[in-house]
Design a protein around this ligand. Sequence first.
Ligand code: AMP
Length: 414
Amino acid sequence: MTKFSEMGLPESLRHTLNHLNYTEPTPIQSMAIPIALGGADILGSAQTGTGKTAAFAIPSIVNLYNNPTNTALIMTPTRELASQVMSQFSSLLGRKTKIKSALLIGGDSMFKQLNQLRNKPRLIVGTPGRINDHLKRKSLKLDNLNFLVLDETDRMLDMGFSIQINEILKFAPNNRQTLLFSATLPNNIIKISSKYMRDPVRIEVEKSIDKPLNIEQEVLYTRADKKYDHLKSEIDHRSGSIIVFARTKSNTENLVKKLSKDGYDAFSMNGDLRQSVRNRIINNFRKMKFRILVATDVASRGIDIPHIEHVINYNIPEHQDDYTHRIGRTARAGADGAAIIFITPSEKSKWIKMKTSLKLDVAVRGGEAEVEEKGGKISRPNNPKKNNRRFFTKQSKKIRSQKRNRKKSKSNRN
Ligand code: AMP
């Protein structure tokens, strides 16, 4: 395994890595960084949580240092991921950097972006739609682009961005280095890699889902009309920050209304909110100003908040990859985490398919409408006692008593 000290990184970057406590490279970093520094294109399969952002950010920065007139472009599927990627770049570049950057994401102020672009940024991070808008109105030029990263490419294609990516790359010089990362490498990605890349080196880190991070996963079989009560009970029995995934925007809003009425500290986040509002919500969640974030899959990728301890899948995700990304919001950077999914009888067959295909190791908890998973028998967690102990922590007792006090003081006020 190549260490950071053996990669020939500039002194200032080594110093920043130390400062960030990146003592050892993660496997994807030790594979990708030396190859990218050698100038080759990379076709990488790696998921979030593996350190892949720094795996492409470090060589991008070295490239910007070494080629003072060139620019780097990083494309991501969602605005949240783009903001997250930009903040990792900012940490790695340090406050004193002379390298100017622009974050080009939809829903954000055009005025602010035009101002950033007037400063001749050399690092551009953004989503395909808005990057394309700027290219068309000629506020962005990619003539000096020599380093391109396509991040979470499978997701970009799922979201229908392939035409936009095609359009954008018409503006970019062919003589560039391209790094393409994707959680999965299906045929359509292999196809675009042969179109956009030259002889890419293929690297793969063990799919984190085959070897889940430190996430204890459970499924709770229940009925639709019982889900909300289960949600409250799960929240009460867990400690720390929780992210709840619901399918639609109105699901998130209704759940937050109900939870708030019942005295819980919850906010919703979905794609319909203005970007500035989404940023504020994420920042407040990051700062632990509230405990429960109820989100659609907009929030399933890229959000890197180390203190999220629990993921509750209130609805089954549309796509199986979303499950991986949802649960990956917990157990960040080596921490422990727990995830539970509620499954109603009508969702059972979809869930079983998802579970089998992702090779998930999930403990089963029976609810009122227990649904048999295999051969008429419900499998139980290996050690149910241990599981119960885990959730009935001192912290959750404290939360319950806080809730009782809140209710008491509310009724006193009335
Ligand atoms: P990513 O997969 O890029 O979303 O990164 C997951 C998390 O790992 C982020 O919180 C990073 O800051 C952190 N991270 C990335 N590389 C390292 C490293 N070499 N050592 C420690 N933490 C890291």
